[in-house]
Design a protein around this ligand. Sequence first.
Ligand code: HEC
Ligand code: HEC
Ligand code: HEC
Ligand code: HEC
Length: 459
Amino acid sequence: MNIQFDKIHKSHLFAVVVGAFCLPVWAESGLDQQNQQQFPSQYNSWLATSEQTEKQDLLAAYPASIILWAGSSFAKEYNSPRGHHFAVADVSHILRTGVSVEQGKKGLSASCWTCKTPDAPRLMQKMGVEGFSAANFTDLGPEIKSVVYCSDCHVNGSEKLALPRPHAQNAMAKIKLPFDKQTTSMQGAQVCGQCHVTYYFQPEASNKVNIPWIFGSTADDIEKYYDTRRFYEWIHPISQTPILKARHPEFEHWSRSKHAAQGVTCITCHMPPAKDDKGNDFTNHKVGNALASFDDTCAACHSSKKAITASLERDKQQIDAKAREVEGLLVKAHFEAKAAWDGGATWALMNDPIMGIRHSQWRWDFAMASHGLYAHNPEEGHALLDKAIEQVTLSRTLLALILKQVGVDKVDYPDISTKEKAHAVIGFDKDGAQKAKDDFIKQQVDKHWQPVALHGYEQ
Ligand code: HEC
Ligand code: HEC
Ligand code: HEC
Ligand code: HEC
């Protein structure tokens, strides 16, 4: 209780400072002032996500992923998530989103804004969902005024929960669990699940965001959907595999967990109850580290913090080790496939091993891209990676036979032990890309975008 008070007191102080920065942007909407005055504890704890500045360079941590994502922008830069207050600035600065496109050319879709800001659903209402997704990401940059905000989860100006994103409404209609039929507890998880969920850009619908749940939300169900539609995100430049990409399926993994079965949701663990300095209860909106609030959340059901921490640590280590094993096998498979193609193998021969790489890498990605998987659903994490190992191993057995058949007796596996080496292998000019990005920030973002796009990057 004392500790909690201390924490909130600190975030109040912080809020005053951050608030002063942010006011010029948000103050233009009277509703923002209303939210701030009517719900100060929620508002100030929401502002405090700005304190969660840490992020990890995941390509440096796992350079093999650069090879697996070769041919896509994921191989350029990929970091772990951090506080909601950085959502707009981080997506603006990352090398994946590049720079402005030349007039008349098609650039990255504005769909990338969908899960960063309430301005996305606002613009969708104005432009139509496909009008929005058909626009370029950088062209809409100046329109983006806010990070993840009250109105992303609530009917603005009230505490009533809401689901403003059409892709999430559609997905829940598909599985016949519409938002207004859900319990309040489920609605809580669902507001997170608008963004912390896997998706793809629908090519036949101007790149609008779609959640691929027609057959269900497991890796098998989604793979069936993609395979039936012969969908792929890109053709892998080394092995020619039509690749599938998972994006942060936290909602999916949680939904099948032991915790979900007990009614423990994202909110239970990431938005614990708190007390303001007058002793009134409120929900802490500083969405972040769950273990840090063990006493307010986990302790209701788990008595020993030591045992839980040890269990989490064990699952994390085991899942990490297995993921590294799959990466190693998949990298080998991509280069073995290249050697087979170079040796004159045909699609008739290569179809099965290439599909094996596709399916194995899909499962690895469905685990890898799910932040906190070891805590949310370690059983599924293990199962995905075990299956991925099985699939890539079979694929490599077939590739070995094909290599023999086409008379290739040596495969070159390049050194990819660091991020720099792996980038060199795929021919990515990081310094050039960084320079172009820096120029873009100076010429466009600094001058024409809202201050929120620079939050945390101010010089
Ligand atoms: C990421 C989603 C999300 C965002 C952003 C968000 N809220 Fe909430 N809020 C929730 C959830 C979920 C609950 C319900 C907690 C419960 O009772 O299970 C909640 C509860 C509340 C409540 C009810 C009282 C309480 O504290 O439980 C108020 C008032 C509120 N929020 C105001 C705000 C305001 C103001 C903002 C913007 C500064 C905001 N919220 C931003 C998800 C969000
Ligand atoms: C509008 C989209 C959106 C919604 C709604 C949303 N998030 Fe997020 N969340 C993000 C984005 C984007 C990031 C990464 C921000 C970054 O790294 O710049 C993130 C980051 C996080 C992080 C990492 C925080 C850290 O400090 O490491 C957690 C945990 C999290 N979200 C949990 C939740 C929970 C729980 C909910 C529901 C209450 C929720 N999010 C609702 C988009 C959203
Ligand atoms: C049983 C408690 C629990 C539930 C339920 C839960 N989480 Fe988590 N989550 C954790 C723990 C523990 C971690 C590991 C890091 C930490 O301590 O926050 C984590 C990690 C995360 C991360 C990664 C944070 C980072 O910086 O890498 C995100 C994002 C996240 N959770 C979102 C969600 C969402 C969205 C939901 C609901 C769909 C959810 N969580 C449900 C406990 C939970
Ligand atoms: C409302 C009760 C409840 C809350 C709150 C809760 N848990 Fe759990 N937790 C459970 C139940 C029930 C299980 C499943 C027990 C089983 O079936 O083996 C479980 C299992 C676990 C396991 C797996 C244990 C093992 O050894 O297999 C971990 C780890 C865990 N919880 C962590 C957390 C963390 C961390 C938090 C807080 C952020 C938390 N839990 C909050 C009820 C809860």
